[in-house]
Design a protein around this ligand. Structure first.
Ligand SMILES: [Zn+2]
Ligand SMILES: [Zn+2]
Length: 230
């Protein structure tokens, strides 16, 4: 576990593990001592230990999307803490297929997935104590992909939309490159440059860093990183 954001109100910790090195986030409002888990993946057993030791009970699981590596920790988490799972309705088919996908990869899947609440929508926001997260609909990597942006803390949990110097793959079922690029233009590049982006894989970055240096975004940002005009 690594604490990756320790603001006045909000503390974010990341737990990384499994063959996909997926990032599971614990989002903790320090004032109210309320917390949620975003995208419980392979590192969930370590997260459960940390929660138990700290005497913390999460109140929900928020999913950015329903790919296998972002949901395979749910059975272990809900066994320890029976909490609701929030998912965008357009990712429900992926969610239902996750255990089959695990079998196809020859990976263990530790139990049944509970029925999610498909209440996340583009206009929505989620409150966690003193923090309010905007739910931003950002399809392209997955049809029902959302991001969670907290403007006061200046943080966004972006799942597999954008990574440090990369973007989400679009060759999986329901993926579409032009849709993803439009999502990044409308939902990521419109955030303040200082916003810290916490992705589903790899290290955190900022909107400003990606605006300047993400090679996949150069056509839309006009950045000049490493590109020659010869
Ligand atoms: Zn994914
Ligand atoms: Zn992923």
């Amino acid at each position: 576990m690594t604490i990756v954001h320790d603001g006045a109100r909000l503390r974010l910790s990341v737990f990384t593990g499994g063959p996909f090195q997926e990032n599971t986030y614990l989002v903790h409002c320090v004032d109210s001592d309320r917390c949620v888990v975003v995208d419980p993946g392979a590192a969930t057993p370590e997260l459960v230990e940390v929660l138990t030791r700290a005497g913390l009970t999460p109140e929900a699981i928020w999913l950015t999307h329903a790919h296998l590596d972002h949901v395979d920790g749910i059975p272990a988490l809900v066994e320890a803490f029976p909490v609701p799972v929030l998912l965008h309705p357009a990712d429900l088919p992926l969610y239902r297929k996750a255990p089959d996908q695990a079998r196809a990869f020859g990976l263990p899947f530790g139990g049944a997935l509970p029925e999610p609440e498909t209440t996340l929508s583009a206009e929505g926001s989620l409150t966690l104590g003193a923090a309010t997260f905007e739910v931003r609909f950002a399809p392209g990597h997955a049809p029902g992909h959302v991001m969670f942006f907290e403007p006061n803390a200046g943080v966004a949990l972006v799942g597999d939309v954008i990574f440090q110097r990369s973007i989400g793959r679009t060759d999986l079922p329901g993926g579409d490159t032009q849709t993803l690029l439009a999502s990044i233009r409308q939902e990521v590049l419109t955030l303040p440059d200082a916003t810290v982006l916490f992705p589903g894989h790899g290290p955190a970055t900022t909107v400003g860093e990606e605006r300047m240096g993400n090679p996949f975004l150069l056509p839309m940002t006009g950045g000049s990183s490493g590109r020659t005009l010869a």
